[in-house]
Design a protein around this ligand. Structure first.
Ligand SMILES: [Zn+2]
Length: 467
């Protein structure tokens, strides 16, 4: 009898660990749902997929790279081998896979692709204007997004966390990029911004909102059940994460965060003052913007590991344009001193901080300077150049929840990388010289210009040609 006990105990332990894995390894993380062998989608939804889905054919070898791998290590000379969508080898020399495209970096810097944690790919070009200029249709939204993807791609940005866009448009754009049909960065999309009636994003500029306009970029929700429903609608459409904004009641934000976490989605919030404290008590995973909050709230963020995406750059643009005026949903004063004082407090408390640009209206036309400006802002907070680049890559992947596949250049990781004609880890201004961009093993930018992968002609069901 005794000899069976170890086996029984082992079986019991297995059952316990299987239970611990179910239904979610962590309340805001779907990555531990599977056995490690099941192939899952390269997004935050981690849906089981047929092996090879969205994986390009062939291999690429990059020789003579000055490799800044995003781990925090100093740059070194290396060759990189990419097979399919992954980095398979980092070493000097060695044999190239048969038929591989050979790229000579010639000593230029190869580094992980940049991550922008705060975008709105489909927002209208201008607020408060009638007619086509403020087109809220799905067609207009998708076309605007497709145009903007190029600006991000040519700036060396290989992943964007889209924290509010119109209806289905961000999810359709995401799928087209993932399949290689259009060139752009990976898209991790929140879908609609969820906010209380009259909250941020619903007034001051005549924006259509859901549920009256189901395809809008903003969803007004009333009461805890409706906040849960708004989370579920985004999840059903394809959301990778959930974005909330003030104002809300404690019950409403609790319900939304609880629902999102049960579905395995992270939650980020755009809020100020007391609302940020309420969102933190509800258990959000990150807080956007450098808006006012108490010292106690900053301490709580550090203690609970809640990240910050400070997005200084849009506030600098707003201040340069005359200030944050006319809004009844936002109650704070804004100045260059106030936003950097908040940034300094967050950094001093040890809060993890990532790079987001929040380029609304037509501000994407300011790329790549807009992204580099946010790195300059991190330098102003005391980050060294390499530290700012790590914030833009490895930390960005951590805040996303994709650090098992993105953010650093290491064998086994997805091949998202850029070649820069300079040394951005010494001078971040060199990021203006992005020559080549690879996303998931596909070259999407060559010589600084967006490019499509080669067109593959498929055999027609009938053809008179004898060839
Ligand atoms: Zn925003």
């Amino acid at each position: 009898m005794m000899k069976f006990l170890p086996a029984l105990m082992a079986a019991a332990l297995c059952a316990t660990s299987a239970l611990a894995q179910s239904p979610l390894a962590k309340p805001n993380d779907r990555s531990g749902l599977f056995d490690g062998k099941t192939v899952t989608s390269n997004d935050l939804r981690r849906v089981p997929v047929v092996p090879g889905t969205n994986v390009p054919q062939g291999a690429i070898v990059i020789r003579n790279a000055r490799l800044f791998d995003g781990t925090g290590a100093a740059a070194r000379t290396a060759d990189l081998v990419i097979e399919g969508d992954r980095i398979t080898r980092i070493a000097s020399g060695g044999e190239a896979p048969a038929g591989a495209e050979m790229i000579d970096a010639g000593g230029r810097t190869v580094m992980p692709g940049l991550i922008d944690l705060h975008t709105h790919l489909t927002y209208v070009h201008a607020f408060g204007l009638p007619g086509p200029v403020s087109d809220e249709s799905q067609a207009g939204a998708a076309i605007r997004g497709a145009e903007r993807l190029r600006y991000f791609a040519e700036s060396g940005i290989t992943s964007v966390r889209d924290v509010a866009s119109h209806g289905m448009a961000p999810f359709l754009l995401k799928n087209e990029v993932a399949s290689g049909a259009i060139a752009g960065p990976r898209i991790f999309a929140a879908g609609q911004l969820i906010v209380g009636e009259g909250g941020h994003g619903t007034e001051g500029y005549a924006m259509a909102t859901a549920p009256a306009y189901p395809d809008a970029a903003v969803r007004e929700a009333i009461g805890p059940d409706d906040w849960r429903k708004a989370v579920r609608t985004n999840f059903k459409r394809g959301a990778d994460l959930i974005k909330l904004a003030s104002h809300f009641s404690q019950e409403e934000v609790n319900a939304a965060v609880d629902e999102a976490h049960k579905l395995g989605l992270r939650v980020t919030v755009d809020s100020e003052s007391i609302y940020t404290k309420m969102a933190i008590d509800a258990g959000v995973d990150s807080v956007e913007h450098p808006l006012p909050r108490s010292d106690e709230t900053v301490k709580l963020m550090a203690k609970k590991g809640i990240a910050s995406v400070p997005t200084f750059v849009p506030y600098q643009y707003i201040l340069a344009g005359g200030g944050y005026n006319g809004s009844t949903s936002r109650r704070f004063t804004l100045s260059d001193e106030s936003i950097f004082a908040m940034g300094a407090k967050l950094k001093a408390a040890g809060v993890k901080m990532g790079i987001g640009t929040d380029l609304i209206v037509d501000w994407h036309h300011h790329l790549p300077d807009a992204y580099i400006q946010e790195l300059r802002n991190f330098r102003r907070l005391g980050y060294s150049a390499p530290e700012a680049l790590v914030a833009a890559t490895r930390t960005g992947a951590e805040i996303l929840g994709m650090d098992d596949r993105l953010g650093t250049l290491q064998p086994g990781k997805l091949a998202d990388l850029i070649i820069v004609d300079g040394k951005p880890d010494r001078d971040i201004e060199d990021l203006k010289k992005v020559d080549l961009v690879i996303v998931g093993g596909r070259v999407i930018v060559r010589d600084g210009r967006a490019t499509l992968p080669p067109r593959i002609e498929e055999k027609a069901p009938f053809s008179s040609s004898k060839e």
